[in-house]
Design a protein around this ligand. Structure first.
Ligand code: NAD
Ligand code: ZN
Length: 363
């Protein structure tokens, strides 16, 4: 049985769906899929490590409920997020004669979720797609909102579709096997939600961070649920990122620049976002948009998690150009999400001269 307090609803009219957030929910997948009116074939896309950890349990839950389960394993890592691998998933569906009512399940983090959702959107112009999110990033961010896709050699996430899942299942127990670095990377996105939308949630994080980092079950569930509620609300108002959804990019203008400047080698995404948030907050203070106290609270919380916060030295022009490659550029102007206070942000265009003056302290 799933309790109503374990569900977050994403309200998108006909494309609405539930996110189930509960320890052990992976074992109830058979019943969930039956509840969606599905039967017959299910493809489970995952990677070898996750297949070893959770493949058998998931398969057992599905088979017990009468489904025929095909495991589709692709290599681990961001480098697999390509058209070629999406196409190889489709090949498997063709081979096993999947039909419109057959379903595709992603078992994994954001990489598996993004590519599986994209494959599901392409095959027969769209078959039901379900995500079992196993990283903190996937549970609080990538599984919510329907952005699916793959990378192109010239840029991340350049190919994709908005395609909403029929259901997301976040079994918080799976987070226990996640490498610590990946767990902390997700924590950067968690803190982001507090800053952009919810000062009470931010205060909760300040109050409970050590317990959360220790993975206390009720705290972890509260965190995942609140983040999903916030993202779901934003996405429901702006499904295709024409306005409000941009606030989710807080910390990402500088974060993406740092990732690109280090050729995606030095930081994993959440680490770059943590540094990005610290410095976008500093920049907001420099622009007299927010108080020094608001900046200090963010820095202090980020420091307690152990995420990095120091900005590496970069030549300003390179830095500015890297910020410009971010998707928030509209008509040559660089927009940045800047905090006004904890829980409230504003999207503003950046003046190169002003940013250069601020940036001088890091070069
Ligand atoms: N669609 C969106 O809106 C959205 C949002 C944010 C990020 N993303 C995308 O998500 C991807 C990053 O996702 P991620 O941070 O989840 O990383 P990931 O999917 O690469 O997973 C990180 C690592 O953890 C392993 N792993 C996953 N779950 C595990 C578990 N429970 N136990 C042990 N190991 C586990 C994976 O095999 C992988 O090695 C990027 O491609 C990014 O573009 C998409
Ligand atoms: Zn992010």
């Amino acid at each position: 049985m799933t309790r109503s307090n374990e569900i977050v609803k994403v309200g998108l009219g006909k494309r609405s769906y539930d996110i189930v957030i509960a320890p052990g929910s992976l074992h109830r997948m058979g019943a969930y899929l039956q509840g969606l009116g599905l039967s017959g074939k299910v493809g489970v896309v995952t990677n070898p490590a996750l297949a070893r950890l959770y493949g058998a349990s998931l398969k057992q839950a599905l088979v017990k409920a009468g489904f025929t389960c095909h495991l589709i394993s692709i290599p681990e890592g961001e480098r697999t997020k390509t058209l070629r691998w999406a196409s190889s998933i489709v090949d498997e569906l063709v081979k096993h004669r999947f039909e419109r009512r057959s379903a595709l399940v992603a078992l994994g983090g954001g990489v598996i979720g993004d590519i599986t959702g994209f494959a599901a959107s392409m095959y027969l112009r769209g078959i039901p797609f379900i995500q079992v999110a196993t990283t903190l990033v996937a549970q609080v961010d990538s599984s919510v909102g329907g952005k699916t896709g793959v990378n192109h050699p010239s840029g991340k996430n350049l190919i994709g579709a908005f395609y909403q899942p029929a259901l997301v299942v976040s079994d918080t127990n799976t987070l226990r096997t996640l490498p610590k670095r990946e767990w902390l990377a997700g924590m950067a996105e968690v803190i982001k939600y507090g800053v952009i939308a919810d000062r009470r949630f931010f205060a909760f994080l300040e109050d409970r961070m050590e317990h959360i980092l220790d993975m206390r079950e009720t705290d972890v569930q509260t965190v995942v649920k609140r983040c999903c509620e916030i993202k779901a609300k934003v996405v429901a108002k702006d499904e295709r990122e024409s306005g409000l959804r941009r606030i989710l990019n807080y910390g990402h203008t500088i974060g993406h620049a740092l990732e690109a400047l280090s050729r995606y080698r030095k930081y994993i995404h959440g680490e770059a976002v943590a540094i990005g948030m610290v410095h976008e907050a500093h920049l907001a203070h420099h622009l007299e948009l927010c108080s020094a106290a608001a900046v200090d609270r963010q820095c202090a919380l980020i420091r307690r998690t152990g995420l990095p916060e120091r900005m590496p030295a970069h030549n300003f022009l390179k830095f500015w150009r890297a910020m410009g490659h971010d998707k928030k550029v509209a008509g040559g102007t660089i927009y940045c999400v800047l905090p006004r206070s904890i829980g409230r942000v504003q999207v503003l265009p950046l003046e190169p001269r002003v940013v250069r003056r601020w940036h001088a302290q890091f070069s």
